[in-house]
Design a protein around this ligand. Sequence first.
Ligand code: SF4
Length: 756
Amino acid sequence: MTAPPPLPPAAPADPRADDTGEGAGGEGRGALAREALALGAFDHAVARTPGFRARAGQREMAAFIAETLAGVQPGDETVSGESAWPARGIAVVQAGTGVGKSAAYAATVIPLALAQNKRVILSTATVALQEQLVGKDLPALSRALPVPFAFALAKGRGRYVCRLKLDQLAGDDAAQTAHADLFGVDEGAPTASADTWQQRARQYTTWAQALDQGDWDGDRDRLDEPPDAALWAPVAAERHTCTARHCPAYHGCSYYQARARLAQAQVIVVNHDLLLSTLGLHALPAPQDCFLVFDEAHHLGAVAQGQFTAQMDLMRSGWLDRLPRAVDEVASAIAHHPAADVATLARDLKTAIGDLARLAMADIGGLPGWGERRPDAPPTVRRLAGGVLPAGWEEPVGRVAALAAALLKVAEALAAQLKAIAREEPGEATRCAQLYSRIGGFAPRLQHAEETARLWLSAPAGGEPPLAKWLEAGVQHGLVTLTAHASPLQPGSLLAHHLWKQVRGAVVTSASLVTCGGFQHFLHEAGLAWDPAVRTREVASPFDHARQGRLVVVQTAADPRDVEAYTREVLAALMADLRGVRRGALVLFTSRAQMAQAQALLERGEHADLRQRVLVQGEAARGLLLRRHADRVAAGESSILFGLQSFGEGLDLPGELCEWVFITKLPFASPSDPVGQARADWLKSQGRDPFSDLVVPATGARLLQWTGRALRSETDEAVVVCYDPRLLRQAYGRRMLQGLPPYRLQRRVNGVLADV
Ligand code: SF4
């Protein structure tokens, strides 16, 4: 191993330091010093890590990050000389497959943060990447850097057991029946038998003992067998039922112990969902006080969309019958007098939800196909075009909003009173915590009702797009379900407001930020399009795509819009192609129905011999399926994975594990997505073309991910076969091609290949 280069000195000897700007010479020197420090740390880590090979693209990415973040000092309001406005820097980097982006950002940003006594939040979209960071990359980097650092994985509160609830339920099935009543087990959920309660009570007792003996730390993921939702939900930690430090179990609480460990960590690994859902809740360092890294950042828009969507159940409101009794009991226990008649409010809210449900059902009942619903049918979606409520709906929606808000006020006043008693009379803390959890169980339902109804009533401010509003009706466990939803059309503007405005320094990266040849679509979706702190860089993959890979576009006779004929032709061609697979292959379908049709073909005589070589997503847990695939390939057999969108992203199948990727159709988003439809309407009303502005770039990004499964290392060789002729025939297909790496491109007509 070569000797590591020394870290750069704290202050640079670079003569440019004196030319960095008027009145900001000191700051300019500081920025140069930080840039040198970050890049020097990266070089040091590369040289010190056994088996690590220097890569030009990786260093280019590290240098770009160091340069972008050098002027940033999180938490400091006066860093830019005379201006009270702090310097900001956001490095948006598309790093092609094989660049080694996690080392590029971690080895630069972490030293930069440590030098300023700041922390780093690394946010990802998938568990797989979190595991890679925590299990491999960060331990190696901590060993390689001269100053080691502590890191921890942050999980949502619901991943930890609530000790208070566990103690209440352990060994006492009667307590569980009461719990179901208090916390409002859904009327629609399958009811548990007495035997089930007893089994659960025994399991809770086992968990409580494991906690007492130190054999378990309360983390759901550390149980030998993952518990099912019905077993876990009653004892999961939850914000609304938690009095935190007023809780008698606080000092032994798994969740707060994990929080304490996070407080010691200089690097916190988290997922995008948790990061966005805890903004402003002080569960993580504030964005303005740390450096942030968003890996797999192409998911940010969709995650934000989910976070900012409100939803209310219109079918199950039996919990409102239980609410007055719970409030009454809690209020009496602490001699509190609610400022409103809770029984009347709850009854009126139930009536208002029922009125709205009847109007909605009458409306949905007229939709085609409702009468022949099968239990496994997808939900029927009724979108409120333009976000406008039908005539007569505003009145019950208004009642829902007002009544839910009034009940929330009552619950909040009770909760405040309970916390005050627990604070002032420590001997009462246990009783108060139990009473608090009783009221808190209702809070999320009231909040969902209030928020959804309020958003349904809202009209867009001048020039703003309306919200997407819709209903979903379906059948679950034999019962009809009906939910109301409201969602922003542009999650980017919410991200800009709630996240980016607070961020001082960040790296935003992924292998698929550039679509159709530019960053614009991603920047818009992620709320960064107008942020002056953004600098973009595309770092090319080190792979020789033209030599290592081929992209074959099959020119089918059938038009893909003629679904039946096209699917028939594609599946016939696919079956023939699968016979050529010698080792690993991946087939990506755009719909479950299409994948089921392919499976059905494999069951028939003609193709039955292929069936044993195929592993289908969903027929076993993903990890197990991939292990089987790897075992078969290692044994010299051919193995073919069938999968949908989630297999098109994040699967790492190097070498022989994936020598072929078959894409049955261009992966356009589902046409029934109500938010997508509402966005399309809005763009049309603005004189824009939603297909060109929205659909093509989004599909191009997905195609980039899907094709990216083929080459995973510089020695891989693979073929991508896309059966959709539109990729070559249509102008939008050629735009999508522009966003793909430079594979050798071929056309296949009637089985004959020709270079394009
Ligand atoms: S502090 Fe909160 S989560 Fe922890 S045991 Fe108490 S109520 Fe449960």
